[in-house]
Design a protein around this ligand. Structure first.
Ligand code: PSU
Ligand code: MN
Length: 334
């Protein structure tokens, strides 16, 4: 793919943006927010913090793999010099940073106890003092309220196949267009979704989508969806520079950083499992928020754990990249 224009962000990287003031303007910490002491201390000292979602723990992976992965991801973030902030609703509070026992309880009890919480579900979960596993959409909302600027996940939600009939488009895409100045690190979009339509909606929502050291948009299990990444960056500093540029232009949305999976799953086996899962969902007439968890579980089972292993590896890799981005952003503040 020829690239005629390769922008330089050096001119904006040199700018000194008063991040903390910008954040204070958006977020006078609401009462429903509970920051762990580690997260609070890091944010107060303008040290790097990386937000992590919790639906991937409760509804995206089986126990105990989910707990092991969540712990390992937090360790990677800490080892890279940032503070991990796993976000979930616990007993009616938006928790930013979970204790080890909270993380274990959430992973162990999973969907039995925690409801899948997209932004639409948050107020109900808070009112009923429930446990809520936050999706990309609601994690983005809460992370931004806390003043965090980097969020690491595996795959974002997107436009479901057949959306022209069902209108099933994940709220993640709208939230990316709405929540300002976050970098969301993912491995692209799973082919359980319509990837082309997902990129179209992201464009409509004004979300910059950047391939991280790649010209192609990754498809989660595989590094190439067959579609081009709308833009490309090659370093954490460039992502930090984009956030500065976005803030200086008063752009309202976040940036989606798509990192190719370093340990791709066997493409044909995965695709077969995805097709089978989609067919099953169709036959069962599944609709709404149950669709994504159903497809994820089905694909995991059908590939005998191969897709799950690829999933774990890519989340860990995203955590490494996201931590580097958070460190680069913090360095700009100094
Ligand atoms: N895709 C994955 N793993 C996940 C999810 C999506 O590969 O765990 C979860 C994320 O929390 C994402 C949510 O935000 O599913 C999207 O759900 P829905 O399509 O219902 O918006
Ligand atoms: Mn949906």
């Amino acid at each position: 793919m020829p690239r005629l224009y390769r922008p330089s962000f050096r001119h904006v990287q040199g700018m000194r943006i008063p991040w903390h003031r910008a954040i204070a303007r958006y977020a006078s910490l609401p009462r429903g927010l509970r920051l762990s002491s580690a997260v609070q201390a890091a944010l107060a000292a303008h040290k790097p913090v990386v937000a992590l979602e919790s639906t991937i723990i409760t509804h995206g992976m089986p126990f105990p793999t989910n707990l092991q992965t969540a712990r390992e991801v937090e360790k990677i973030v800490s080892a890279g010099g940032a503070t991990p902030a796993t976000i979930a609703v616990m007993d009616g509070h938006c928790c930013v940073g979970l204790s080890p026992s909270q993380l274990e309880a959430l992973a162990r009890e999973g969907p039995e106890r925690a409801i899948k919480c997209s932004r639409r579900d948050l107020s109900w979960a808070l009112m009923t003092r429930s446990w809520g596993a936050t999706t990309v959409a609601s994690t983005l909302h809460i992370a931004h309220l806390a003043g965090i600027r980097v969020f690491v996940t595996g795959g974002v939600g997107g436009v479901h196949r057949g959306a022209e009939e069902t209108l099933d488009i994940s709220a993640d895409l709208m939230e990316l267009g709405r929540v300002p100045n976050m970098a969301v690190v993912c491995a692209g979009v799973k082919s359980i979704l319509d990837i082309e339509k997902t990129l179209e909606v992201l464009e409509t929502q004004g979300v910059p989508v950047v391939g991280y050291r790649t010209d192609t948009f990754p498809a989660f299990f595989t590094p190439d969806s067959g579609l081009g990444a709308p833009s490309r960056v090659d370093s954490p500093e460039e992502v930090a520079g984009m956030l500065v540029a976005s803030l200086s232009a008063r752009l309202p949305g976040s940036i989606l950083v798509a990192v190719p999976n370093p340990a791709p799953a066997e493409a044909s086996a995965t695709q077969g499992a995805i097709d089978e899962a989609l067919h099953a969902a169709e036959t069962m007439g599944l609709r709404g928020q149950a669709v994504t968890p159903f497809l994820l579980e089905r694909v995991n089972k059908a590939t005998g754990g191969a897709s799950l292993r690829a999933n774990i590896e890519l989340v860990k890799n995203n955590a490494r990249v996201g931590t580097e981005i958070a460190v680069a952003i913090a360095a700009q503040e100094e």
